[in-house]
Write a protein that binds this ligand. Structure first.
Ligand SMILES: [Ca+2]
Length: 136
């Protein structure tokens, strides 16, 4: 009986996963410069013209936003054509001048893609209250 228990214990220890953290599942994603850092889908008062998303250069170098794009429920595809470089840590407030509602209040998902079509970030919200800022 002791040998059976010892055998089972060895099998259990062998089958246990390694407790140390494994490699990042997608280490390349860290090399992409931009992320949404703040989204206001449902501003107080009128939504049109007041919704916004802030996109930040999180890298250590200036980077061009041109070619980056995002998708959402209300806007199927928007490509940034800003050719000016954004400095490291710099931000762009996007969307405040839009003439239509482009961020759904009840359920939406923004997906940010790099110019090489890699999905870099996904932000989802539901039933967001008036004036509530989403910080991913
Ligand atoms: Ca809205």
């Amino acid at each position: 009986m002791k040998y059976v228990l010892f055998f089972l214990l060895c099998c259990f220890l062998t089958a246990c996963p390694n407790p140390s953290p494994g490699p990042d599942p997608n280490p390349n994603i860290k090399t992409y410069a931009f992320r949404f850092t703040e989204v206001l889908p449902n501003p107080d008062g009128r939504d049109i013209g007041n919704e916004y998303a802030i996109i930040r250069n999180i890298s250590n170098d200036s980077a061009a936003l041109a070619g980056w794009y995002y998708t959402g429920k209300e806007i199927t595809h928007f490509t940034f054509d800003n050719t000016a470089k954004i400095p490291a840590g710099g931000e762009l407030k996007h969307g405040t001048g839009r003439t239509n509602e482009w961020l759904n209040n009840t359920l939406d998902t923004l997906r940010l893609y790099a110019p090489d079509n890699v999905l870099v970030q996904t932000i989802t919200w539901a039933n967001v209250g008036d004036g509530k800022v989403i910080i991913p």
